[in-house]
Design a binder for this molecule. Structure first.
Ligand code: SF4
Length: 457
């Protein structure tokens, strides 16, 4: 069947093999196309939210705060202040006379009540329009209360979700450099871009600790203000989900000379590569030997089970639509390990370089799409007759309405998908979902019923 694509969006879709690679990306979403993307404010909120001992105050109408309340399943091993959603609840009166006084009072009250280590104050659309001086209010409260109070300039309309990541990194950059770096090993790293969904950062930290590398700061899963303040003492920044925290890594490189490596912890290959890349960086024989041992032990336990799944999954088709394109690379490799073909791959915030790399590793005929919408995604899933769709909370209903298996690889999941243990979970979930007998009762392959999901999406 012919895919449903708006004329203005054709440059953001590429089918590998049709013509030389070219894809337009990192631009405003098409008005009326119901983008799967969130706003700038939401972009900054998802990055900063897991910092568990900070106060997160949304300066705006109540809807912005509700929309992002407890937005990730980011677990904390200690305080859980991040899970409370605070808002100044801007009303008509504040829009007319300004909301600075309300913001000041809210900050004073909340800091007194919760004693946070720092406060992040998020700007929303309406605050950008009425022009409240967030910076001045934050500065005043910071001086009075003696903690960092950081404005996050994340007005929802000022760009796409990537601009929110940048605003979050700007705010964190003000924290870095404030702490004491005593006691930090020369073999040390910061973990950037892991948000501790289902406890993943604990697993990844454990791997690094086993090979003899100290983790200074989690940025931001299970994050702590004090750790971020001393993050400049680490020898290396490991950056996952490069869209979200690469800006901070670049700022730290400029300010402190901290080098960075882009890694991924999803899939056997990428997890092993991340560990070897760190061992290689430190040029320490003992670290390298421990890394070899750890990878060998983990893979040995996993291989037989993966082979079992592979027997039944070979030739099945998968589609991927994720926030950052970097995760898509790992998912393609993970599906290949299971014998499956990826026939569609897309992201909300990929860059030109991301998509070029994706085009290189994809098979001919694969659809590559930037900033897609439900109508397009539905028609791609049907056109390619996929067996499983991997995405986040907004993609789940698209799959289920079409009678396609779905794997949540985003905010809401409760199971670890990172690391070697995560690959086992991922393979089990994909196998159970794709091979479930329930699909026998879903008429997705019946031509007479194929249009219903798009019209109701
Ligand atoms: S910041 Fe703007 S676009 Fe984002 S949730 Fe609030 S009102 Fe909506």
């Amino acid at each position: 069947m012919e895919a449903v694509i708006y004329e203005e969006r054709t440059e953001q879709i590429h089918r590998k093999g049709d013509k030389p690679f070219a894809l337009s990306c990192d631009k405003e979403s098409l008005a009326g196309a119901v983008s799967q993307r969130a706003c700038v404010f939401c972009g900054s909120r998802v990055v900063l939210y897991p910092i568990a001992d900070a106060l997160h105050l949304v300066h705006g109408p109540i809807g912005c705060a509700v929309y992002t309340w407890d937005i990730r399943g980011a677990l904390s091993s200690g305080p859980e202040l991040h899970r409370l959603s605070f808002s100044t609840d801007i009303q008509e009166r504040d829009v007319i006379f300004g909301g600075e006084q309300k913001l000041y009072q809210a900050l004073i009250e909340l800091i007194d009540r919760h004693q946070p280590k720092a406060a992040f104050v998020y700007s929303t659309c309406i605050v950008g329009i009425i022009g409240d001086d967030l910076e001045a209010v934050c500065k005043k409260v910071s001086a009075e209360k003696g903690i960092p109070v950081l404005p996050v300039q994340s007005e929802g309309f000022k760009g796409n979700k990537r601009a929110g990541y940048a605003a979050a990194c700007e705010a964190m950059n003000k924290l870095v450099g404030m702490g004491d770096t005593k006691g930090i090993s020369k073999h040390s790293i910061n973990i950037l871009g892991d948000f501790n969904l289902a406890g993943e950062i604990w697993l990844v930290r454990e791997y690094f600790e086993k090979i003899g590398v100290q983790v200074v700061a989690n940025i931001t899963g299970d994050g702590r203000v004090g750790d971020i303040q001393r993050a400049h003492g680490a020898a290396l920044n490991l950056v996952q989900c490069s869209g979200a925290t690469m800006d901070l890594a670049n700022m730290m490189k400029k300010r402190f000379g901290t080098p960075n490596l882009r890694v991924s912890y999803f899939g056997v290959e990428d997890m092993a590569e991340a560990l070897y890349a760190v061992a290689d960086f430190f040029k320490d024989e003992e670290i390298m030997a421990r890394t070899r041992q750890l990878v060998a032990d983990e893979v040995k336990g996993l291989q037989a089970e993966l082979n079992e799944y592979r027997r039944e999954l070979t030739g099945k088709k998968a589609a991927i639509y994720v926030g950052g394109a970097f995760k898509a690379f790992s998912l393609i490799k993970a599906f290949r390990l299971l014998g499956m073909d990826v026939v569609m791959v897309g992201s909300q915030t990929g860059t030109n370089e991301d998509y070029e790399e994706l085009a290189e590793i994809c098979d001919p005929g694969t659809i590559i799409v930037d900033d897609s919408n439900p109508l397009e995604l539905s028609s791609f899933l049907k056109e390619k007759d996929v067996d499983i769709f991997v995405g986040g909370v907004k993609e789940r209903p698209i799959a289920y309405k079409l009678g396609v298996a779905f794997c949540d690889h985003n905010h809401e999941r409760k199971e670890i998908l990172a690391g070697f243990a995560g690959m086992r979970n991922f393979a089990r979930e994909v196998h159970a979902s794709v091979m479930s007998p329930v699909w026998r009762f879903v008429p997705r392959k019946s031509p007479g019923n194929s249009a219903s999901a798009v019209s109701s999406a």
